[in-house]
Write a protein that binds this ligand. Structure first.
Ligand code: GLC
Length: 432
């Protein structure tokens, strides 16, 4: 195979990116699944490293890796009902245990524990529920004997990189069409050259021409991955967040309850994704037998019900990077605004229901045509105060019985002219 130089490769990727990423950009919301031997410990997926657990002691966990039958379908079913459109599974985390029938890594779930190919079950479940399929694949490996030596010993590095490639070749050859390759933690080598990422990724893409790859093999590839915060980037991005903010792997329920996300908090994250053209990959860490943690079920189900009522808006919405209409409080201290592909619409996500039913939106120089509650279609009365460049909405009610976040569709004849400070430049230090 003819290996392209980095600029040539990047140019080629750029040419096919819109076609390859189209589904993902619309998908907006995915489920991340962290499951592995660490799930039995119920502390953190880094437990082996944090606690210096000796190799032989850690390996014993493999015999007890007992996922219940049908757990992958349960994850997929919940993802689907949460309004998520794809899933990413930790096929092998840093601990080095493969969840598939690997020929190159005998330390796997077919040789130990439940003796099943979990990756295969996962792929089947995703297909059954119509979800995109993503494989998380750690680059760092605490189990392989060259996993550290590769940093300073060239022969070890060659062996280790062959191993990493062979693992990914298995994953991308044996399970049909795969949508996402989600690398993680490119340690100990500190450069893409050190990881041979340019060569390996080109070869892997030959196996899955439509695949999208994240930015964690020390190459930019297709999308950025802010972790633990939802922050817009200036390229395709996907924020990964974990349900309890503390651990990706399973945490004992008693510990996680105080930290679990509410559906409202998930909605806030989805808002930021909407506004900044990004995706949310929300993680759950199933328990040792693959059960979904209790405290994830209710918020995910709720957000799914809510998204169903806002489907039209949420999955088609595309605001400009930097949020052209994104005056954080919509002028009233209660809402945030996103524009849509169709710039005649501004969508307001209303976070606090005003007691008097009144909302004022500052900075609009033209009057809307109508203002409607998205979930019910109910029209709200409003008045346009041209002199002060304000839209004054009245009769605002809680139109959202699920989350109490009433979304408004503010429709204009033409894309509105908007500038929050144009009328009152003194608010912006005199700048326009
Ligand atoms: C971090 C952690 C890892 C987790 C990942 C998810 O890089 O090392 O445990 O899987 O983030 O993004």
């Amino acid at each position: 195979m003819n290996i392209l130089s980095k600029p040539e490769y990047e140019e080629k990727l750029a040419q096919t990116r819109d076609a390859r990423m189209g589904w993902w950009r619309k998908a907006k919301f995915g489920m991340f699944i962290h499951i592995g031997l660490y799930s039995q410990l119920g502390r953190n997926e880094w437990a082996r490293a944090f606690e210096n657990i000796p190799k032989d002691e850690y390996e014993k966990l493999a015999d007890n890796f007992m996922l219940k039958e049908g757990c992958c379908r349960e994850w997929a079913k919940l993802a689907k009902s949460a309004g998520m459109k794809y899933m990413v599974l930790t096929t092998r985390h840093h601990e080095g245990f493969s969840l598939w029938d690997s020929k190159v890594n005998p330390f796997n779930s077919v040789n130990y524990g439940c003796k099943r190919d979990i990756v295969k079950e996962f792929v089947e479940a995703c297909r059954e529920y119509g979800l995109g399929i993503g494989f998380y694949s750690s680059l760092m490996d605490w189990h392989h004997e060259d996993g550290y030596k590769c940093a300073y010993d060239n022969e070890a590095r060659r062996r280790f990189l062959d191993y990493i490639e062979a693992l990914n070749v298995e994953l991308l050859s044996n399970y049909g069409k795969i949508d996402i390759l989600w690398y993680d933690v490119a340690n100990p080598m500190q450069s893409w050259e050190g990881w041979d990422s340019l060569e390996r990724n080109q070869r892997l893409r030959e196996l899955q021409p439509d695949i999208i790859i994240n930015d964690r093999s020390r190459l930019d590839e297709d999308f950025g991955t802010p972790e633990g915060h939802v922050t817009a980037g200036n390229r395709d991005w996907e924020a990964c967040m974990t349900f309890n903010d503390i651990s990706w792997g399973y945490l004992d329920d008693k510990l996680t309850i105080p930290y679990a996300y509410t559906a409202q908090r998930i909605a806030r994250m989805l808002f930021t994704c909407s506004q900044g053209n990004g995706n949310l990959l929300l993680n759950i860490g199933p328990g040792p037998d693959g059960s979904i943690p209790q405290d994830a079920i209710e918020p995910l189900t709720k957000i799914g019900e809510w998204l169903k009522l806002h489907e039209e808006v949420f999955y088609t919405q595309k605001s400009y990077l930097g949020g052209r209409w994104a005056w954080p409080n919509g002028g009233s201290g209660t809402c945030s605004a996103c524009s849509s592909v169709d710039l005649r619409h501004v969508y307001l996500w209303n976070w606090i229901l005003p007691h008097d039913g009144k909302i004022a939106l500052g900075g609009y120089k033209t009057s809307p045509k109508s203002i409607k509650i998205v979930s019910t279609g109910e029209e709200l009365p409003f008045r346009f105060d041209e002199e002060n460049q304000r839209i004054l909405i009245s009769g605002m009610v809680n139109g959202d019985k699920i989350l109490g976040i009433t979304m408004l569709d503010v429709e204009f004849e033409n894309p509105p002219e908007y500038h929050p400070f144009s009328k009152y430049p003194q608010l912006n230090g005199g700048r326009m």
